[in-house]
Design a protein around this ligand. Sequence first.
Ligand SMILES: O=C(O)CCC(=O)C(=O)O
Length: 334
Amino acid sequence: MANSKINSAFELLLNEANDLCIGTEVLEVFNIPKPIEFAREYYAKQRPVVFRNVLSSWKALQKWNGDYFREHLGQKLVDVAVTPNGYADGLATRHQDNKEYFVLPLEEQITMESFLDHLDDAMGAVYYIQKQNSNFSLDFPELTEDIDTSLLDFAQHCFNKPPDAVNFWMGDEKAITSMHKDPYDNLYCVISGHKDFILFPPHCLPWIPKRLYSTGVYKRNDETKKYYIEPLLQTHYNENNDVISYGPEPLLTEWISIDPLSPDLEKYPQYSKIQPLHVRVNAGDLLFLPNYWYHHVRQSHKCIAVNFWYDMEYDSRYCYYRMLEDLAASKATG
Ligand SMILES: O=C(O)CCC(=O)C(=O)O
């Protein structure tokens, strides 16, 4: 199909969505809804909504902060993501070849006490507890009683399955999660501080540039303590799924090219056609973020959050989305 035809179809998509107010606001609600209300108004329509101040009965709200963790979990080993610039899983230029890479963080295990010291070191590297492998359930059993998950039943009834992962997040204002989307419906609960989300609905895909990047990982030089990017190579497996070799091809990762905090509109003029949504989620608030919504996240100093990821339903909406991906890619390649 000619690019001009694809473009006018994309324009139709955006105009229809805007006329119908689809993906044009983040709703605010001041109570926990009934399950049927959540299912009908938010989940079925895949509308993001912040439930304000609904977590106040959680003990975590009163207890969790840097001082409490230092006193009660000070010697506990925690897995942290370390980066020189605050972008764990983000784009950065590797000066050796002046090429942009998708870079994974350096992963370290340190004590909670040492982690908290790093958060207070304004000049140092950026430390973030952000392992998305259900690290809350796996690594913090001593904190689970501070969270009453029955409060989330209104949504769990609707998802009709347990969460695939429950993640714990703690970091400072330099830690930024670059824009991406997830195949999960997300209940994001802020316990201390605030998080600032920038959102785009899934149908904005054609205007959000992305491409394949070589993948790297941050390493730290033992002597100079300087960080550098080490390129990663593709892994090759045999028929039993054992690793047999690496490379020589670089490992590639598809990632979003634009930074919503300073979009390069000369390079990506199409991005100006879409409007980001901004929402601050404060301590005690719960954000329902539907699957495949693009999100970019910043936070206040020592912000603490727990989120619940539920596997998305692979329904017709997903199929339309895949078609859109294919159309946008065929347009990009001409
Ligand atoms: O809190 C963050 O930094 C990122 C959260 C996120 O990306 C998610 O919950 O999917």
